[in-house]
Ligand binder design. Structure first.
Ligand code: GDP
Ligand code: MG
Length: 440
């Protein structure tokens, strides 16, 4: 009877792998969330398909539903897709030209001043700003005022010059007067047009900017694809600055633009104030786009609990003085990978202080761990219980089976010996009763 009950509990605990139905059902919800966040439709489709492929077959943690698991997978993929924030690239001969492009009203002029102020205050750079906007009557004045507010120099206004001439004059002035950076603020249009693109491309050719930032409003909806594609194809952008992230928009434009151009989102505009500029953190934007933060943190908690339970199980086994075999090593390796390091796991074993240093010497990293797991899973059950059986011919077979080399198999077995030695030390400590009292 206990056996049968055990079976049932086991089944309840292991929910198994995600089926296509589980994944499809959850992704329907995700699709709606992404569209509501104003991610462009083609981007939603592409992203959802990508995640679908990855999700099917992944194991579901116990205590959460398959749907919740899928949402966590979606979230992680979203973070990955959005990419890490990057700094402004100043890797060029001074004066480094930075070109600001985008539609009218997207926040180019404001962002030009924000970046200039940041470079001046944080990086101690000498910055010159120039407005190439000869269309809107007060545009050059607007930048001049911002320059006065921030204490950043602006290029003197000469009426009648075209954008390329102003840009050339800005670079020349920058060179002559020893500026580190020259920020070029261009004119925009309400929508993409050929004339705008030609003008911006001409400025680009005349100045060879180190950085061409596409400034885009976080509220840009389905248009994000057109805007990003056009600027990237016709001008060639190096990064994206998303503005009005302080507003209500869920920020789907970030995903659309990133997916379409493959260019990093570098900075976020967080308000009208001149210091409202922030670095980009993919997890924050991902949470905002998906809007399912509760589910994500629930799954993270569940994963943590399971890691802890497994580590404790192993610790109990060690404490009882049972032998440490290759199955235990495999489960340890898995833990290690999940918990980001030997010390995370060993911290849970009592009385281990001085052994920790030895473990550091063992020097196990992520890629190596995955290969080691592959090696162990290419062994038979018997071999895992009795590693001493694994002689030369078996080593060859295991290497072939795991796609590794005999040297790597040898190394793993040696590592196993070392670990077993350490476990014995732990057990000895335990028997002396030190463990029970929590002394080191
Ligand atoms: P441009 O036409 O691209 O040069 O846009 P502007 O820089 O002139 O900005 C247009 C308007 O958007 C101005 O009123 C700015 O104060 C405002 N703005 C720019 N960036 C942000 C931002 O990050 N948040 C908010 N709330 N407003 C912004
Ligand atoms: Mg402007």
């Amino acid at each position: 009877l206990t056996g049968r009950l055990g079976d049932i509990f086991d089944k309840l605990r292991r929910r198994g792998a995600l089926s296509e139905e589980d994944v499809n059902a959850a992704l329907r919800e995700v699709r709606v969330a992404l569209l509501e966040a104003d991610v462009a439709l083609p981007v939603v489709k592409q992203f959802v398909n990508q995640v679908k492929e990855r999700a099917i077959g992944q194991e579901v943690l116990r205590s959460i539903t398959p749907g919740q698991q899928v949402i966590k997978i979606v979230h992680d993929n979203l973070v990955e897709m959005l990419g890490q924030g990057e700094e402004i690239n100043l890797n060029a001969a001074a004066p480094v030209p930075i070109l600001m492009v985008g539609l009218q009203g997207s926040g180019k002029t404001t962002s030009t001043a924000k970046i200039a102020l940041r470079l001046k205050n944080r990086d101690r750079k000498k910055v010159l700003m120039a407005s190439l906007d000869v269309r809107r009557p007060a545009a050059q004045e607007q930048l001049k005022v911002l320059g006065e507010q921030t204490g950043v120099a602006t290029l003197p206004i000469v009426p009648g010059q075209d954008p390329v001439a102003i840009a050339r004059r800005a670079i020349e002035t920058g060179r002559r007067e020893g500026y580190d950076v020259v920020m070029l603020d261009t004119a925009g249009r309400l929508s993409i047009d050929e004339e705008l693109m030609a003008e911006v491309a001409a400025v680009r050719d005349a100045t060879k900017p180190a950085e061409t930032l596409l400034v885009a409003d976080a509220m840009t909806g389905q248009d994000a694809v057109t805007v990003a594609t056009n600027f990237n194809d016709k001008v060639g952008i190096t990064g994206i600055l998303l503005t009005r992230v302080d507003g209500d928009a869920r920020g789907g434009a970030a995903l659309s633009m990133r997916q379409i151009t493959g260019k990093p989102i570098k900075l976020l505009g967080m308000g009208e104030k001149i210091d409202a500029l922030e670095a980009f953190h993919p997890d924050r934007i991902a949470g905002r786009i998906l809007g399912m933060g509760d589910v994500v943190s629930l799954v993270e908690k569940a994963a943590e609990t399971i890691d802890k339970e497994e580590a404790e199980k192993l610790a109990r086994k060690m404490e009882k003085g049972q032998g440490f075999d290759l199955d235990d090593m495999a489960s340890q390796l898995k833990q290690l990978r999940k918990m980001g390091g030997m010390s995370g796991l060993m911290g849970m074993l009592p009385g281990i202080g001085k052994i920790k240093n030895q473990l550091k010497d063992a020097n196990i990293d992520d890629g190596v761990i995955k290969r080691q797991e592959a090696i162990i899973s290419s062994m038979t059950k018997k071999e895992r219980k009795h590693p001493e059986l694994i002689k030369a011919s078996r080593r060859k077979r295991i290497a072939a089976g795991s796609g590794t080399s005999v040297q790597e198999v040898n190394k793993l077995l040696k590592q196993y010996d070392t670990m077993r030695g350490m476990m014995k030390q732990v057990q000895k400590l335990g028997q002396k009763g030190l463990m029970r009292h929590g002394l080191q």
